[in-house]
Design a protein. Structure first.
Ligand SMILES: C[S@@+](CC[C@H](N)C(=O)[O-])C[C@H]1O[C@@H](n2cnc3c(N)ncnc32)[C@H](O)[C@@H]1O
Length: 202
């Protein structure tokens, strides 16, 4: 399958199966509970659906949608503008493993994106080191289905891999020996998904 076909097929499937595949996303957004004046950046924001929801719940926060390539950020900017939220949500384009933000970001969020962004360990390291003390990284993503029967688990993982989605629920272990990082990790639904919060020490 050509890359462009894979990407269109993934976007289509992502849209129709979003409620099933994005299990836990709503709870993840509710638990964010940002303080006024904070800046939140979603890495791999897609069409900025999550940021639009956050914007509706929290008026007094600065929101940044970050994605790659430019084709994706142009389409996200267009949707944000159509909703009249361009003053609330800024959209930036770049490669997440190396991008350096001009402004201070208090919270980075990854919603079902870390598993599909290349070099995810470098991505996490890059954003974590740009956090101020007390800043957080919030992740919700696919797990490795450890409690699921092999007959379901193997085709499911195979299906995700076709669309370049590679679940890595143990990824936060790269911070295990980092004294500046506090890790909260919760696996859900027999390993279907995981929620993680990384907090940079004060
Ligand atoms: C599965 S989508 C996540 C969509 C969104 N978070 C949601 O919940 O609807 C993954 C996103 O990561 C973006 N992406 C892929 N590689 C990237 C990179 N190197 N840097 C930044 N974003 C990237 C893709 O363009 C895509 O929009």
């Amino acid at each position: 399958m050509a890359e462009s076909e894979k990407s269109s097929a993934f976007k289509f499937l992502h849209t129709i199966t979003k409620p099933l595949f994005c299990y836990g996303e709503n709870r993840f957004l509710e638990e964010l509970n940002p303080r006024g004046g904070e800046t939140i950046c979603e890495i791999g924001c897609g069409n900025c659906d999550n940021l639009i929801k956050i914007c509706k719940r929290n008026q007094n926060v600065n929101l940044i949608g970050f994605d790659y390539p430019e084709e994706q950020t142009k389409s996200a900017s267009k949707l944000v503008k159509e909703k009249g939220l361009e003053k609330n949500i800024k959209v930036l384009c770049g490669l997440a493993h190396e991008y350096v933000f001009d402004e201070q970001i208090d919270r980075f969020i990854f919603s079902y994106s870390l598993s599909s962004i290349p070099r995810p360990k470098e991505v996490l390291t890059n954003v974590f080191q740009q956090l101020p003390p007390g800043g957080t990284v919030h992740i919700v993503d696919f797990g490795n289905f450890e409690w699921w029967p092999t007959i379901v688990k193997s085709p499911l993982i195979g299906f995700l891999n076709i669309f370049q989605v590679f679940p890595e629920p143990e990824i936060t272990s790269i911070f295990e020996h980092n004294k500046e990082c506090n890790i909260d990790l919760e696996k859900k639904f027999g390993g279907y998904s995981f929620l993680a919060v990384l907090r940079r020490g004060l």
